[in-house]
Ligand binder design. Structure first.
Ligand SMILES: Nc1nc2c(c(=O)[nH]1)N[C@H]1C(S)=C(S)[C@@H](COP(=O)(O)OP(=O)(O)OC[C@H]3O[C@@H](n4cnc5c(=O)[nH]c(N)nc54)[C@H](O)[C@@H]3O)O[C@H]1N2
Ligand SMILES: Nc1nc2c(c(=O)[nH]1)N[C@H]1C(S)=C(S)[C@@H](COP(=O)(O)OP(=O)(O)OC[C@H]3O[C@@H](n4cnc5c(=O)[nH]c(N)nc54)[C@H](O)[C@@H]3O)O[C@H]1N2
Ligand code: SF4
Ligand SMILES: [Mo]
Length: 740
């Protein structure tokens, strides 16, 4: 197929406000101590108003209250009845007001036009912008079928666009939180236990006596409820074992820090399994009753002794034995944390499975201080007609690959948009909701190439993020503080429901996602999929099905739906797991059938060449990816990232602490300038930086060229053959003293 699309140029979006015009005082106060229920103060002061919300600064979705004083934003606090937040917000959540006040926000719909031979955006009315989107979607549908329009989504408002796209006839809906994040974990637990760990995770951390963190950097990874449970566990004297090439915040709270050589975790996990089996430290009764394939596992790990693992991992054999015994001593109140962002080296499903197997040997699934059985909320959906059945889906572009992927791969859709000699590209239109694909997907040059092959690119965002510069149509959403959204329905020890209601009127011409999707549906003749006239009607219907109402939820914000019950297995309780054998599969029959190792094995990964260091990345407590770096309140706390370098390495390169330099990767990709942080807290064979910095769009004036973007250096990935996750820690960098 000839590419008829005119080459898409990046367009800058001109900002209007003045830098620094946003609300002044820093509202940030990490975990403010107040556990007071703000609802009680509803009428204390006539100038103070509160309205319920759940936070959108990350996807933990804490419920809280937005406070206004004299109609102006004041602060956000936690809802005392909310189990996700325990009544306290994290620093990012309290800084959420900065999303609303950001002067650089998108303000009006924009359409790409050509002016004097140059592509520019012109302001458009909602009607014009949505007419154009509808017209192009219909034209793509006529020529290639509705399935050739894909949706990328991350965030609450994505729900309505999913509904729209399914009604349109496509189920090509992908989130980066699968192939770039949790996908391998979802599949590894499904293969082993027949179900996933969910979000918030079903880990009973507060009752655990021993917690093993493989990379998971709790504390920097600031998922509120989890951090609070971690703190409680540590305060109660629980043992933490942290495996991380970097001395993370979690490592600083640990009894054992195992500074493992990156990319060798499977070797350590197999050695632990070996010790637990050889020293007969496993839960015999549990293993016999609930698991399948123990003998095969025992045989398979015979050779994986601590002595075997030592030269691979650099962790001494006696430490491997000691830590295995610590776990066994705490069993079954022990958790090998399943991780969250687990797309590291391409063998990620197998690594997470090795941890899942260890949990089974220690008998922690279904046990207090291990993994509890979460209760789920049952809330009626608003009825709508059946969706048409799509004739094809993204998997058709990869007939022999990733057999066990259960969700669409965002990176896969990107690949299937670039035509190759043997394959026509399948996608002609992208609708992008709340995900900055340029910084989010690895191999950004591939993303740019795909963008050139599209007839329609729509970006629905709140900020002029990188991705919006590549769109044909930019649709400005109002922030979460200016809109209703679908209910937050959480699983957990108790299921719960939370309401987000607008605290402020949408600024400028911005609109909520529900409104945008519904209007677009009307233009496509798909209004039957949005039968509720307004979101208020939609929410009220759903809430009435649990005996509540929109009116009540506006007052209480959160409802916990049932008392805690049946969190753990009763002693010897019969239980059928949803796996092919009905047991916890130490030996995976599904993996065997699909031609993969039924028991995880260690394979060696490529090592950095001389003068190069493995590039690792992670989180900072006060930021969520790139979505908060332009937020004044959070930018005040951290306005650039640094590259962590071991002092020995720094000495070799004559790099001093605080010096600016650039990084260059194995393919000659060069980063923006970044400050060196010379520290003993990282191994000599790797460097580390926080993801989400290094924006290069002038329209975001506060984060422009602040720090470096790790994604620019991720030009290589290793795909997980089981489910298509993109292993991203396979890039090596060296230093360029002359910073660019
Ligand atoms: N190199 C590298 N890549 C990574 C990661 C990494 O650590 N390093 N992490 C991976 C992981 S774990 C994940 S989950 C993904 C996350 O990837 P993304 O979810 O894409 O994260 P962001 O980069 O923050 O992009 C969010 C976009 O949503 C916009 N936005 C914020 N609020 C709203 C809203 O209310 N409405 C709308 N419409 N838009 C909004 C922001 O302005 C921003 O453009 O990235 C993955 N990719
Ligand atoms: N503040 C904040 N919190 C967040 C987010 C955020 O953006 N900001 N994002 C949320 C999201 S979507 C996700 S998915 C999670 C991600 O949070 P996690 O799941 O905790 O992230 P990881 O990438 O697994 O962990 C990064 C850690 O892994 C270490 N590491 C790197 N390579 C290796 C290795 O080979 N072996 C071992 N053992 N360790 C290694 C790094 O040094 C770093 O400490 O965080 C969530 N929480
Ligand atoms: S953990 Fe923090 S940023 Fe995430 S939802 Fe909760 S308060 Fe918001
Ligand atoms: Mo993630």
């Amino acid at each position: 197929m000839k590419n008829k699309v005119k080459r898409r140029e990046f367009i800058k979006i001109l900002g209007a406000g003045t830098v620094g015009a946003a609300a002044g005082v820093s509202l940030v106060n990490a975990f403010p101590a107040s556990k007071v229920d703000s609802a009680k103060f509803l009428h204390v002061n006539s100038q103070e108003e509160v309205s319920p919300t759940y936070c959108e600064v990350c996807f933990w979705k804490c419920a809280g209250w937005v406070h206004k004083k004299d109609g102006k934003p004041w602060k956000i606090t936690g809802n005392a009845h909310d189990l996700n937040s325990q009544g306290r917000f994290c620093p990012r959540g309290t800084g959420g007001i900065g999303m609303y006040t950001d002067p650089d926000r998108l303000k009006t719909p924009l359409i790409r036009v050509e002016k004097n031979g140059k592509q520019v955006f012109r302001k458009a009315s909602w009607d014009e912008a949505l007419d154009l989107v509808a017209e192009r979607m219909q034209s793509i549908s006529k020529k290639w079928g509705p399935e050739c329009v894909a949706l990328f989504t991350h965030g609450s408002g994505g729900t309505y666009f999913k509904n729209l796209l399914r009604g349109f006839g496509s189920n090509n809906i992908a989130a980066p939180s699968y192939a770039q994040c949790r996908g391998p974990r979802a599949e590894a637990y499904l293969l082993t236990y027949g179900e996933g760990v969910g979000s918030p995770e079903r880990t009973d951390i507060k009752n655990a006596k021993c917690l093993v963190l493989i990379g998971s950097h709790i504390g920097e990874n600031m998922h509120n409820g989890q951090v609070q449970e971690f703190t409680e566990m540590v305060a109660n004297g629980g043992t933490v074992i942290t495996v991380d090439p970097r001395f993370s915040t979690a490592a600083s709270k640990s009894k054992y820090w195992l500074p493992i050589k990156p990319a060798t975790d499977i070797a350590l996990l197999l050695a632990w399994i070996n010790v637990i089996i050889e020293e007969e430290l496993y839960d015999k009764k549990y293993v016999e009753q609930y698991t399948y394939g123990f003998e095969a596992l025992k045989e398979s790990v015979k050779k994986n002794t601590p002595e075997w693992a030592y030269p691979l991992t650099t962790i001494k054999p006696h430490i491997i034995r000691q830590t295995a015994r610590e776990m066994a001593k705490a069993a079954p109140s022990v958790i090998i944390h399943p991780g969250r962002h687990v797309t590291w080296y391409g063998d990620d499903t197998q690594r997470v499975r090795a941890g899942a197997i260890l949990n089974a040997l220690l008998g922690s699934w279904g046990r207090r201080g291990g993994f509890y059985a979460p209760a789920k909320a049952h809330i009626k959906k608003y009825p709508h007609p059946k969706y048409p059945k799509p004739k094809k889906n993204w998997k058709d572009a990869f007939p022999d690959q990733f057999p066990l992927a259960n969700l669409a791969l965002s990176s896969g859709i990107c690949d299937a948009t670039i035509p190759t000699p043997d394959k026509e590209c399948s996608f002609k239109g992208w609708i992008i909701y709340g995900t900055n694909l340029i910084q989010t997907l690895p191999q950004p040059e591939k993303t740019l190439k795909a963008l050139q092959n599209l007839e329609l690119v729509v970006a629905i965002d709140t900020m002029p993020a990188e991705i919006t510069g590549w769109a044909d149509v930019v649709l400005p959403e109002c922030t979460y503080l200016e809109r209703y959204d679908d209910l937050r329905i959480s699983q957990g020890r108790q299921p719960s429901v939370a309401l987000r209601a607008p605290a402020f009127k949408p600024k400028n011409e911005t609109k909520p996602a529900y409104w945008i999707a519904q209007k677009l549906a009307e233009k496509l003749g798909l209004e039957k999929y949005f039968p509720a006239k307004t979101i208020e009607e939609y929410l009220d219907y759903r809430l009435k099905s649990i005996g509540s109402s929109l009116e009540e939820m506006r007052k209480v914000g959160v409802k916990n739906l049932a008392p805690e019950q049946d969190l753990y297995f009763l002693d010897g309780e019969e239980y059928e797991f949803s796996t092919p054998t009905g047991k916890i599969e130490l030996y995976s029959t599904t993996l065997e059938e699909s031609g993969f190792d039924p028991i995880p094995k260690f394979t060696k990964h490529e090592e950095p060449p001389d003068g190069f260091y493995r590039l690792l990345y992670g989180r900072a407590p006060m930021h969520t990816f790139g979505r908060t770096t332009n937020n004044q309140i959070l930018n005040d706390l951290m306005n650039e990232n640094e590259v962590w370098i071991n002092p020995k390495v720094a000495k070799e390169w004559d790099i001093s602490n605080g010096e600016y330099l650039s990084l260059e990767n194995q393919d000659g990709k060069i980063s923006n300038k970044i400050k060196a942080k010379v520290t003993e807290r990282i191994r000599h064979d790797c460097v580390f930086m926080v993801h989400g910095f290094g924006h290069d769009r002038k329209q975001m004036r506060r984060n422009y060229l602040r720090g470096a973007d790790d994604q620019k250096l991720i030009s290589k990935v290793k795909l997980d053959p089981i489910m298509g996750g993109t292993g991203m820690r396979v890039n090596f960098v060296t230093f360029r003293k002359e910073a660019v």
